[in-house]
Design a protein around this ligand. Structure first.
Ligand SMILES: [Zn+2]
Length: 314
């Protein structure tokens, strides 16, 4: 299972009825993925390696602009089996109408110019901001399987476009970052909570549930690991203390002999040497009659003082 692919295919099935949102989603796709050919033949091209995504854009173009794109399927490279679906729109008038409508073209001194920023009108409503992010994710988004790490990103060619995306993500409190890469800029989200919110914002509810399941499982695993680590640390503390006690007993044994100790100290000294891994409480249970932790501690301290005295005399 690939989270990126599944989440994309899920959102391509979302029904959108409002014109403003249809335009915002398609606009985002063209904004990030669209390329223009201004040669002898003018055309606008959108591409995707995902058939469901290409289908979605094809029907958005038809629904919003009554434009029927040509579809060309080609093999990515001879080695790779991936197919790339190209949607091509030809005709100057058609293209201008689309680009103007989603604010990707503006009047410049020398005529019409491509706009490298999002037209704010297109994303004025919150519903459209969501749709825009959905379109951007479909255009060039991906996410790492949450089992591995928490990372979601959208690649853009230009920094200005990356900044625009960051601004929209900020609106939803997604704490995005922007970073330069060799093939452009990536806008990324690292926090698990924020990725969860992003999936919710773009309407990928099934992906959101799957993501949350992994997150909960991971959280539980971390908790267990923490407990294990904690127990190991406690065990180490016991062992270190115990080794020191055994050392003290050894000093006493060499100086005066364990058998010459008073009975209560002799008993605990022998038990300590025989059971170095036991805690004071467990050691007390070995005594006859059993003794509580503080009682054991009291005797151990006595041995400690005795060993200290001997060390001083030596
Ligand atoms: Zn809308």
């Amino acid at each position: 299972m690939s989270f990126a692919r599944d989440s994309k295919e899920e959102v391509t099935r979302i029904k959108v009825d409002t014109q403003c949102c249809l335009k915002a989603e398609l606009g985002a796709y063209i904004f990030i993925n669209g390329s223009m050919n201004l040669g002898k033949k003018i055309y606008l091209e959108l591409n995707s390696e995902n058939a469901a995504v290409a289908r979605r854009m094809f029907s958005l173009l038809k629904e919003v602009f009554e434009v029927e794109a040509q579809i060309v399927v080609r093999q990515k490279t001879r080695l790779k089996k991936n197919k790339v679906y190209n949607l091509r729109i030809e005709g100057r008038e058609k293209i201008l109408k689309i680009l103007q409508s989603i604010g990707l073209i503006k009047e410049g001194i020398e005529g019409l110019m491509l706009n490298e920023n999002i037209n704010q009108e297109v994303i004025e409503n919150e519903c459209c901001k969501r749709s825009f992010l959905r379109g951007a994710y479909l255009a060039s988004g991906s996410m790492t399987d949450p089992d591995l790490s928490y990372h979601l990103e959208i690649i853009t060619e230009y920094k200005s476009k990356g900044r625009d995306l960051v601004r929209i993500m900020d609106f939803f409190d997604l704490k995005p970052g922007l970073m330069e890469k060799k093939n452009g800029y990536i806008v990324y989200i690292k926090g698990s909570e924020e990725i969860s919110t992003f999936l919710n914002v773009i309407g990928a509810h099934k992906a959101l549930l799957d993501f949350e399941n992994v997150r909960v499982l991971k959280g539980m695993r971390n908790k267990i690991n923490r407990l294990v680590n904690c127990e190991t640390a406690n065990l180490q503390k016991t062992v270190v203390a115990s080794l020191r006690q055994v050392e003290n007993i050894d000093i006493i044994d060499r100086a005066i002999g364990i058998s010459n100790l008073p009975p209560d100290l002799k008993e605990i000294a022998i038990k300590r040497v025989n059971y170095p891994e036991k805690t004071l409480k467990e050691l007390g249970e070995e005594l006859n009659p059993p003794l509580g932790k503080s009682g054991v501690n009291h005797r151990i301290r006595k041995l400690e003082r005795m060993a200290k005295k001997i060390k001083k005399e030596i």
